[in-house]
Design a protein around this ligand. Sequence first.
Ligand code: UDX
Length: 441
Amino acid sequence: MAPRLTVIGTGYLGATHAACMAKLGFEVMGMDVDAEKLAELAAGRAPMYEPGLDELLAEQVASGRLRFTTSYQEAAEFGDVHFVSVGTPQLRGEFAADVSYINTAFDGLAEHTARLGKEALIVGKSTVPVGTADRLAARLAETAPTVEVAWNPEFLREGFAVQDTLRPDRLVIGVRSQRAEDLLREVYAEPLAAGVPLVVTDFPTAEMAKVSANAFLATKISFINAMAEVCEAAGADVVQLADTLGYDDRIGRRFLNSGLGFGGGCLPKDIRAFMARAGELGADQALTFLREVDSINMRRRARMVELAREQCGGGFLGKRVAVLGAAFKPNSDDIRDSPALNVAGQIQLQGAQVTVYDPKAVDNARKMFPALAYADSAVEAARGAHVVLHLTEWQEFRDMDPSELEGAVSEKRILDGRNVLDPDKWRTAGWTYRALGRPQR
Ligand code: UDX
């Protein structure tokens, strides 16, 4: 009989994983402490905007294969393989990750599984400090000897969560027994049959696979953003430079988009937690470059504020600024560590009247940054603006014709924080177009 699966923690990762595993034909139980969230999920509403996920949830709940609970006991009774996908946020005032939710989830499952005398595999999916799986396995060996631990990091991108889960670039499993490997091969039989590469490894390598991938991606983005700083000083064009670099297969064009830099719930916190963990392990020197990656990234936001101030004649007082984009990236309503909102907030603090528009993230932004003004469309946000800032590259903004905003703005000035708008199109229409790392005309 196919193993029955549970998914503990139904946030971004867990909600998607649960729905996708049900889609693959497994009986799945999602568990979370938040009953309200579970009621929404059961009604086919994901806790965030993610293309295709609402439909998938509704379909899988209706099929009877996907159900939810708030009880560890029920989860332990139901599942043979438990995926743990709870959050590991940055600790307040520190770089390190808070692993308390992970500990609670493993302990909760272990306690009930041991009481039932049942065999089970608990698979960590969350991004954790290297060494967490070893530590948890040692702990469970004492408290719940019938429970085994495995680690299976998740690489999904927001905005592509469903497709990344069903067809990931690679699957990585850290295991200590053939039984654990066999169980996970069974769970992932479909992607494996479709040719998805599988790496079977030890716990620390599996954990490192995730944090080092994120560190590399962050470094790639900060590399091109550092080049943008030099381009700006030298009068060179960072977009052409990125294209040129990208033709070299060894470098590759992806993740070389320069602009406002990275944000979101993963890259910023993950590189910081990685540095903190390396320090604990006595290897902090190896990752000091990530401090630079982080500061290059934060400088992008400061530079955008500076450029906006310049365009407002040297000061923000009495100026109106339109901000297009609030989510940390397009196709998402996630505003965690959003570069766009960070810039909007700084400008507002410096005295401008800022109005923000985003196709999906306005509700979340309003809750978090109630002092900013919000609009229902780009045109409305642009009304009376002395400068328009394009800060999250939604398709809607890429497709926008300058004439749409022309009647609304007070001055035809646009700053492209994502280097995706066509400078010629805007300049031909009579706009002052400026971008980070591109020559001024
Ligand atoms: C990231 C990783 O890609 C994913 O593998 C991991 O599981 C979680 O973290 P995500 O946070 O969803 O995923 O977003 P991603 O698409 O990686 O973008 C992260 C940030 O980098 C965004 O703010 C994006 O705007 C920025 N970015 C990305 C750039 O500034 N330039 C680029 O070239 C690419």
